[in-house]
Design a binder for this molecule. Structure first.
Ligand SMILES: Nc1ncnc2c1ncn2[C@@H]1O[C@H](COP(=O)(O)OP(=O)(O)O)[C@@H](O)[C@H]1O
Ligand SMILES: [Mg+2]
Length: 252
C-alpha cells in the first residue's frame, strides 16, 4: 500500500450508523411478524429495504419511526431510542399511501405542513424544486397523477430537512422515467448528508441503492451492497441474486 494512500485512508471518517436495530421482535394481530431482526443503516447512505409484499417492510419502518408497538429489542435512531420526542423533527416518514389532502392545492398542502413542523413558508418553493414540482404550486392535488402526488407527499417530508428519511415504497406504481427521477433526488439528498431508508418489493430498484437489506418472511437475509450480493451469488442480475439468496437460506 502506498504511504500516501495509507495516510489518506486513516483520515477517512468512521461512518456511524443512522439506525441500529438489535434483536427486534414485533407481534401483530397475535402473529410474530418479525421474530428477531438486527441491522444497521449507514449514515448518508441510500439503503434499500427489499422483499416481497407481506415480508414486514412496513412493520420494520413503523418500528424505526416509533409508530409501531414492539415486543422486544433495541432500536437506536440518530443515537436516540426510536420514537423519542427529540426525533420527531429529525425523522421524515412517508407512508405507502400518499398522505396529502386531495382537495387542496400543492401550495396549500405544503403551507399547512410547513406550519405543522414550524418551518418558514420560504422553504416551500425550495422543497418543490428538489422534487421537480416547482410549476405545480396552484394545482389541486386530486388532479395530479399518482407519481406527482407521491412527490408532493415526499416534499412534505423534506420541508424541515430531516437527517433521516424513511420512505415506504415511494416509487411503486410510477412510470420508469419518474422512478429514475426520484432515485436521482434520493441520491442528491444523500450527497447532502441525508440518510434514506427506502422500501420496495421491486427488485429492479436494488441496483439504485448503496446498501441493501433483503427481507423475507420477517427475517433479514442480507445486509450488504449490490456488488457484494453479485459477488456472493455470481449473479449479475440482482433479482436473480435475491432468489439465489432465498435458495441458500432454505438450503436448496
Ligand atoms: N394490523 C395487523 N395485524 C395483524 N397482522 C398484520 C397487521 N399488519 C400487517 N400484518 C401482517 O404483518 C406481516 C408484515 O406486513 P407488512 O409489514 O405490511 O409487510 P410489507 O410492508 O413487507 O408488505 C404480513 O404478514 C401482514 O399480514
Ligand atoms: Mg408495506
Amino acid at each position: 500500500m502506498h504511504a500516501r494512500w495509507r495516510r489518506l485512508s486513516t483520515l477517512q471518517p468512521v461512518r456511524e450508523s443512522a439506525v441500529e436495530i438489535e434483536d427486534l421482535n414485533v407481534v401483530r394481530g397475535g402473529n410474530s411478524v418479525i421474530p428477531s431482526l438486527s441491522l444497521r443503516v449507514r449514515s448518508g447512505s441510500v439503503t434499500g429495504l427489499l422483499g416481497p409484499s407481506g415480508c414486514g417492510k412496513t412493520t420494520l419502518m413503523r418500528s424505526v419511526v416509533g409508530a409501531q408497538i414492539v415486543t422486544g429489542g433495541k432500536i437506536s435512531v440518530l443515537g436516540n431510542p426510536a420514537g423519542s420526542a427529540g426525533l420527531r423533527s429529525r425523522v421524515g416518514y412517508v407512508t405507502q399511501a400518499p398522505s396529502v389532502y386531495g382537495d387542496l392545492t400543492v401550495a396549500e398542502n405544503l403551507s399547512y405542513f410547513a406550519k405543522v413542523v414550524g418551518v418558514e413558508q420560504g422553504r416551500i418553493t425550495e422543497t418543490l424544486q428538489t422534487v421537480g414540482l416547482e410549476d405545480y404550486l396552484e394545482r389541486i392535488v386530486s388532479s395530479l397523477s399518482g407519481g406527482e402526488r407521491a412527490r408532493v407527499s415526499l416534499a412534505s417530508a423534506l420541508l424541515n430537512r430531516p437527517p433521516l428519511l424513511v420512505l415506504d415504497e415511494p416509487t411503486v406504481g410510477l412510470d420508469p422515467l419518474l422512478r429514475q427521477g426520484l432515485w436521482r433526488d434520493f441520491h442528491r439528498l444523500a450527497r447532502g448528508g441525508t440518510t434514506l431508508l427506502i422500501s420496495s418489493h421491486v427488485m429492479d430498484e436494488a441496483a439504485e441503492c448503496d446498501d441493501l437489506l433483503l427481507m423475507r418472511e420477517g427475517r433479514l437475509l442480507r445486509n450488504c451492497t449490490p456488488n457484494e450480493l453479485r459477488g456472493e451469488t455470481g449473479e449479475e442480475d440482482l433479482g436473480k441474486a435475491f432468489l439465489r439468496v432465498i435458495e441458500m437460506a432454505s438450503g436448496t
